[in-house]
Design a protein around this ligand. Structure first.
Ligand code: PMP
Length: 428
């Protein structure tokens, strides 16, 4: 149940904003009811408009890896703001950002900053098409790569939650170039490439899927993508907007040992500010304007405040052992969810990779879009609201990954597990 002030704010919001929200994933369409409005956040906690506190496992959909309002990041933002908000001209901090990204993600020879994940993936795809002179884009069912036209075909995240995985408004002639294959299905990929590999400009994939809940790659899946791209001359794009710096400091490509041609980043790299980035092989990146014929630009790209927030975040998460601790916390949470499920007699299963996790109402392991769709989403809805009552904020959809931050203490995890056990018993 949301707070009284949230209800009033939502009613007012609906007067002025479509559906009362500025991004559909914030609506409670996947769980029923109205969204909670938040007024502040600190560490692992969100405070709603009535100042009720929640343990937060959305973490702003990923960026808040240090927890909310980390004092060092806030200080950077405040200091940067005194120097001017935006110059529309190059700044030193952009050089530092690109150098830092290259050091952490060595496949990225050149890096271009943008202002959102959507811009990053849209630009990477245009670049791959411009580089190869081909049009076909291969993506995977249930993956979400932002809301550019070519990518809203059988997409995940809010598009899936709202039942419009293929958006209206995308010309059929454009959607015809997007081929969607089943995630984690190596045979389907190989079969498609045998037929049409020569037409493919790029394969874009979430190296750990996080937009149909959280589904890691099966062993060999990412390697198979690398192989078909090598054989066909297609560009392999890892969309690490969600996984970048979150599943490991070296991101998913480091964790799984597969080197993509292009990488897209967002979320953590902005430390909570609006940022995205794309980069990769020098010969491909040199095709971008002003060096090459593929056009891409942005008034606020490389914004100095966003760069400083992101750089401070990257520096703080580079502390040795941080990702091990993050992983351990997320693992403990998942183990606790599974134990709570057993205690309550409710079949639940989980996935966890670094600071990302998935909780599924299923008695079978979940490795595909079809598996995710087969989960008991009605039970998730009841569980979501019971957890909200308990003061735990989960993503308001069965088709979104969860996130743990380094600010989540062992006590927060224990309290969440205890709440989950009560919620599972109450909703079974
Ligand atoms: N790619 C992935 C993997 C994402 O998870 C998202 C957003 N959740 C995007 C791209 C789009 O990013 P943004 O919302 O910043 O445009």
């Amino acid at each position: 149940m949301s707070s009284n002030r949230s209800e009033a704010l939502f009613a007012a919001a609906c007067e002025h904003i479509p559906g009362g929200v500025n991004s559909p994933v914030r609506a409670f369409r996947g769980v029923g009811g109205n969204p909670v409005f938040f007024s502040r956040a600190l560490g692992a906690y969100l405070f709603d408009a009535d100042d009720r506190c929640y343990i937060d496992y959305v973490c702003s959909w990923g960026p808040a890896i240090l927890g909310h309002a980390h004092p060092d990041v806030i200080r950077e933002v405040q200091e940067a703001a005194t120097l001017g908000l935006s110059f529309g001209a190059p700044t030193e901090v952009e050089v530092e950002m690109a150098a830092t990204v290259r050091r952490l993600v060595p496949s990225m020879d050149l890096v271009r900053m943008v202002s959102s994940g959507t811009e990053a993936t849209m630009s990477a795809i245009r670049l791959a098409r411009g580089h190869t002179g081909r049009d076909v884009l291969v993506k995977f069912e249930g993956c979400y790569h932002g809301h550019s036209d070519s990518l809203l075909v059988k997409a995940g995240s809010g598009a899936l939650t709202l039942g419009v995985p293929s958006s209206a408004g995308v010309p059929a002639s454009l959607a015809a170039h997007t081929v969607t294959l089943p995630y984690n299905d190596i045979e389907a990929v190989e079969a498609f490439f045998r037929e049409r590999g020569h037409e493919v400009a790029c394969v874009i994939v979430e190296p750990v899927a996080g937009n149909m809940n959280c589904i890691p790659p099966v062993p060999g899946f990412l390697q198979a993508l690398r192989q078909v791209c090598d054989d066909s001359g297609a560009v392999l794009i890892f969309d690490e907007v969600m996984t970048g710096f979150r599943v490991a400091l070296e991101s998913a490509q480091g964790l799984y040992g597969v080197r993509p041609d292009l990488t897209t980043l967002g979320k953590v790299i902005g430390g909570g500010m609006p940022v995205g980035a794309f980069g990769g092989r020098r010969d491909i990146m040199e095709k971008i304007a002003p060096l090459g014929p593929v056009y891409q630009a942005g008034t606020l790209s490389g914004n100095p405040i966003a760069m400083r927030a992101g750089l401070k975040t990257l520096s703080l998460i580079s502390q040795p052992g941080l990702h091990e601790q993050l992983s351990a916390r997320a693992r403990a949470l998942c183990d606790g969810f599974e134990a709570a499920g057993r205690a309550a007699g409710v079949p639940v299963t989980t996935h966890q990779v670094g600071g990302m996790f998935g909780l599924f109402f299923s008695d079978k392991p979940v490795w595909s879009y079809a598996d995710a769709m087969a989960c008991d989403s009605a039970h998730f809805q009841r569980f979501f609201h019971a957890m909200l009552e308990e003061g735990v904020y989960l993503a308001p959809s069965a088709f979104e990954a969860g996130f743990v931050s380094i600010a989540h203490t062992a006590a927060d995890i224990d309290n969440t597990i205890a709440a989950a056990e009560r919620a599972l018993r109450a909703t079974r």
